[in-house]
Design a protein around this ligand. Structure first.
Ligand code: SAT
Ligand code: MN
Length: 582
């Protein structure tokens, strides 16, 4: 017996019987164990050692070339009723899915070790945290889970006391994309994933559990599991504010969570609570408190350097596992945007020369590190009660249309703003890049149930509280023919400053049909080199363009049929009405 929890022991035994591994290893989560895994992967060639003088304890993993991003078309929600999964998800009947997977999992671990990873999402002593167990045959997955979650003995103890955990079963299989599936069974609190060793497909604690399964649990238990960073901002007076922000993958969440204040903001401090996922619970006074269920970052590497984000750069310079970056002549990791070094091998391990017009690092190359590596780590990331949220921000990548920032008129309008988010696709998921698609609350790939029910759940909070966070929308990616209009990165603090002042009711704003926008001059642009006309463009709201956008949103909502909350349509009608009068 490896655990006193019979359900867990039985399940592990059953999985072993089906998958037929050579050995079963229960992970204790110790540093020694992590080091053993690293040594083993260096030996097998799964990891390459990078230059330990300049990048201490850093390693490179090259994934299979067909396995470099999440695969949304192979990701399924298997609820007994198809309507519960909704048009936003691929659905398969649970019995059919299980039998398909039983076939694929049969003997898939023969010749390999099966690892059992008990993990806790959130601080180990928080009532908001939830536990899971991932079974995998990939040492790379174990090492990543070690960095990303609180895993091992303590998590197992919590599972034994609580007697509740999400079951995650993963095998790299033969990495054949034809036999790759990421399946979720929310009613059974179970995940089964096969055929991929990459990120969100394989680290089951991340998107599969902390978002898809957790969003389902959150619906039943009246909280929210969201694709949001959580950032702490301290002004020169020492007041602290906590903001949660939802952006699609590869739209700068990690950068915003680790923001470095610009020189024009002396005395401001920004610290990170989380960079990807937030779990929000309402207290008795109607305030939302957020925890970060993760303990590490799985961040996009390209573009990161000392100038764009010193903290992110410091964070990934030691103890990191890199996935799919290039290497330099002195064995440092290399990626597009890195300032020094002479790259000689690309992410596939092929020879590379700087004048090649190919990418050296894969555009979705990643670093995995413990959050504690971050110089801006906030101790409150470990606080069992979480942090109180004053503002929620939604955003997407829109080269046109959406202004730099606007504020929703109230909570219900804010739910419409979140539900309407459109964003250009990125390399974080397999498929075309740069196409605008609806990505409500940045949850399109991650909501474990019907979006119509999800929006109703969001709307329900306005009846329960007078103390809800204000909701905003930002767009750092507005462009003209010369490029981006807004410098982004640290300068985004100027927008957060306006948001905070709005939360404190310190300043007025201009009412428009789509929400409140800053009064000219209220966003501090001192020291920025932006032409006046570009600044105007950043705040322009074109009624015709917006009416067309609202039409598209309506069409999108129609896909949800009768189940769509009427209140959302009311909010939509109000905006259309206001735009038509312009
Ligand atoms: O691959 S992950 O889902 O873990 C990263 C992301 O796309 O946000
Ligand atoms: Mn993400």
């Amino acid at each position: 017996m490896n655990t006193t929890n019979k359900e867990l022991q039985n399940w592990v035994d059953q999985v072993a019987k089906l998958t037929n591994p050579t050995a079963v290893h229960w992970c204790d989560g110790s540093n020694q164990e992590y080091q053993n895994f690293i040594a083993q992967m260096l030996e097998s060639g799964d990891l390459l050692k990078l230059n330990h003088e300049t990048f201490p304890n850093c390693y490179l993993h090259r994934s299979d070339q067909t396995d470099v991003a999440r695969v949304e078309h192979l990701t399924f929600i298997c609820t007994s009723k198809q309507e519960d999964a909704g048009p936003n998800n691929n659905w398969m009947d649970p019995d059919e899915a299980h039998s398909k997977l039983d076939n694929l999992f049969k003997d898939c671990m023969s010749g390999r070790t099966m690892y059992v990873i008990p993990y806790c999402l959130g601080p180990i002593d928080s009532v908001y945290s939830r536990c899971g167990v991932e079974i995998t045959d990939s040492p790379y997955v174990v090492a990543n889970m070690f960095l990303m979650t609180r895993m091992g003995t303590k998590a197992l103890q919590r599972i034994e006391t609580e007697n509740k955990f999400v079951k995650g079963m993963h095998s790299i299989g033969d990495l054949n994309p034809e036999k790759r599936f990421i399946m979720h069974f929310p009613e059974e609190l179970t995940i089964r994933s096969i055929g991929s060793g990459y990120g969100g497909n394989a680290l089951l604690g991340k998107k599969c559990h902390a978002l898809r399964i957790a969003s389902w649990q959150a619906l039943k238990e009246k909280w929210l599991a969201e694709h949001m960073l959580i950032v702490e901002i301290e002004n020169p007076e020492g007041d602290k504010f906590y903001i949660a922000a939802a952006f699609p993958s590869a739209c700068g969440k990690t950068n915003l969570a680790m923001l470095i204040p610009p020189d024009t903001y002396p005395g401001w401090k920004v610290r990170t609570i989380g960079d990807d996922i937030a779990w929000l619970h309402m207290d008795n006074s109607g305030r939302f408190w957020a925890i970060n269920p993760e303990a590490g970052y799985f961040g996009v590497v390209p573009g990161t350097n000392q100038d764009t984000n010193q903290n992110a750069y410091e964070t990934l310079k030691r103890d990191a596992i890199y996935t799919n970056v290039g290497i330099t002549d002195n064995n440092e990791p290399w990626w597009e945007g890195k300032l020094e070094g002479n790259p000689t091998k690309d992410w596939k391990g092929d020879d590379y020369s700087s004048d090649s017009n190919q990418d050296c690092a894969h555009p979705n190359s990643r670093f995995t590190v413990s959050a504690k590596n971050n110089p801006g780590y906030s101790e409150l990331a470990d606080s069992p009660s979480g942090v109180p949220i004053c503002a929620i921000i939604f955003g997407g990548r829109r080269s046109e249309l959406a202004p730099l920032v606007y504020e929703a008129k109230d909570w219900n309008h804010g739910v419409l703003v979140g539900a309407s988010v459109g964003s250009e696709t990125t390399a974080a998921a397999a498929g075309d890049v740069g196409i605008v698609r609806r990505d409500p609350m940045a949850m399109k790939p991650f909501c474990g149930y019907n979006f119509a029910d999800y929006w109703r759940h969001w709307l329900s909070f306005s009846e329960q509280s007078q103390n809800l966070p204000k909701i905003f929308h930002v767009n750092w990616f507005r462009k003209n023919d010369q490029g981006f209009l807004w410098p982004g990165f640290g300068e985004n603090l100027r927008v957060l400053d306006w948001i905070i002042q709005r939360c404190q009711n310190k300043i007025d704003a201009k009412e428009t049909p789509i929400g409140y926008v800053p009064i000219k001059g209220d966003i501090d642009t001192s020291g920025l080199d932006i032409a006046d006309e570009n600044l105007d463009a950043l705040f322009t709201i074109d009624p015709d363009q917006w009416l067309a956008e609202m039409n598209e949103i309506k069409e999108y909502f129609n896909e949800f049929g009768e189940r769509l909350p009427k209140q959302l349509l009311n909010e939509h009608a109000k905006v259309v009405d206001a735009l038509s009068k312009k």
